[in-house]
Design a protein around this ligand. Structure first.
Ligand SMILES: [Zn+2]
Length: 379
């Protein structure tokens, strides 16, 4: 693989402006000065090296009508293609990957099956996928997201679906690829992708609830993601949402995992139909008016509404984003979600702003790429 591009090495205000140009560009110097409480002269002084380094570009068109003397100001945007990142989502069966530029725009996707769960075998598959995604182009960093606990120094402390404990995956992959590697819990990555480039962009606070194999939760407060070593345990997954609901594998009655996970919904519908059924089939049957599936999906939608209300009442976010592979539940059961939300929300309170954004494996991989991008920019 080609050598990694030069480290950005940005510091202080220069770094803040580069990030503002990345997230808000094209943006004028005057706007940057206003937002960062700087003089236009200071902005020009700080931005000039970024322009010379080719990291920031000036738009061709002047920024509005020319007033008075002097050169017209041209809006600034990031030269997104100067640094490329690979992001990977690792499960117990496969690795999904994306190649993105600095704007987290996806340039390529790929997926590869695992041939074994031994760390060295997994690292070899990761190396093959990254080489395929990069296609000979240099990478600034690689991000890897997985469902599990990630400790300092990019060590996988615990990943049950891989049977791993204390695997130094960041070092193992970094040694093979020769580029910096950032490892993160997958929900943390998806939260950061929403924070910088998605439905949480520009917000001071938002919560992310993911549904799929499990139920995940991420929170941004005061402009920063709340960091915890407990990402990956799935703490929100066993909150009780329905005292008469089904039981999860751990024996809780009516918890989020029993009511909102794929397996929980499949098990409830399968018990009523007397045959196995997939998650998507459960939703399709409910849409077709099948009484068993409708009843289960309706109860799950109501439970989801209660979970959104609990998050909104306690964390006080500006927005709640519902994501994950199975977020389609919130669309199919939209009326039940609204009813459950209303049930647990004071009528005097502001209406909860919640959005539904189902995610596929490549969205998760993009989240890991954003973690790598942030590591490089904020290092
Ligand atoms: Zn449970």
């Amino acid at each position: 693989m080609a050598a990694s591009p030069p480290h950005l090495g940005l510091e202080g205000l220069t770094r803040d402006l580069a990030i503002a140009i990345l997230l808000d560009g094209p943006v004028s110097r005057a706007e940057l000065a206003r937002r960062h409480d700087l003089t236009p002269g200071t902005v020009t002084r700080l931005v000039t090296p970024l322009l010379k380094a080719g990291l920031v570009l000036e738009a061709e068109a002047p920024d509005g009508p020319r007033r008075g003397l002097g050169r017209p100001s041209k809006p600034l945007s990031i030269a997104a293609g100067t640094h490329l990142f690979a992001g990977l989502k690792l499960t117990g069966a496969s690795v999904s990957g994306v190649l993105v530029d600095m704007s987290a725009h996806v340039l390529a996707t790929g997926q590869i099956e695992l041939v074994g769960r031994d760390p060295q075998a997994v690292v070899a598959r990761i190396e093959a996928l990254v080489a395929d995604l990069a296609g000979g182009r240099a990478l600034a960093a690689v991000g890897i997201g997985l469902g599990g606990n990630v400790g300092p120094d990019d060590v996988v402390q615990r990943a049950p679906f891989l049977g791993w404990q204390n695997v130094p995956l960041g070092d193992l992959v970094g040694a093979r690829l020769g580029v910096p590697v950032a490892l993160a819990n997958d929900v943390a990555g998806l939260t950061e992708a929403q924070h910088w480039f998605g439905a949480g962009r520009g917000l001071d606070s938002f919560a992310l609830i993911t549904m799929g194999v499990g139920v995940g939760y991420g929170l941004v407060s005061g402009g920063h993601r709340v960091e915890t070593p407990d990402y990956g345990i799935g703490l929100i997954g066993h909150m009780r949402l329905d005292p008469n609901g089904p039981r999860c594998a751990q024996g809780h009655t009516g918890c989020a995992a029993a009511l909102l996970s794929d397996a929980g919904i499949e098990a409830s519908v399968a018990a009523g139909l007397g045959r196995p059924v997939s998650f998507d089939e459960c939703l399709d049957l409910a849409l077709d008016g099948n009484p068993v599936a409708s009843s289960v999906v309706s109860a799950s939608g109501r439970a989801l509404g209660r979970l959104v209300a609990a998050v909104a009442n306690i964390a006080l976010p500006e927005r709640v984003i519902l994501s994950g592979e199975s977020a389609r539940l919130a669309e199919v059961a939209a009326r039940d979600v609204a009813a459950g939300l209303q049930e647990d929300r004071d009528p005097l309170a502001d209406e909860v702003d919640y959005v539904v954004q189902p995610s596929d494996p490549f969205d998760w991989a993009r989240g890991a790429a954003v973690i790598a991008l942030q590591r490089v920019l904020l290092a």
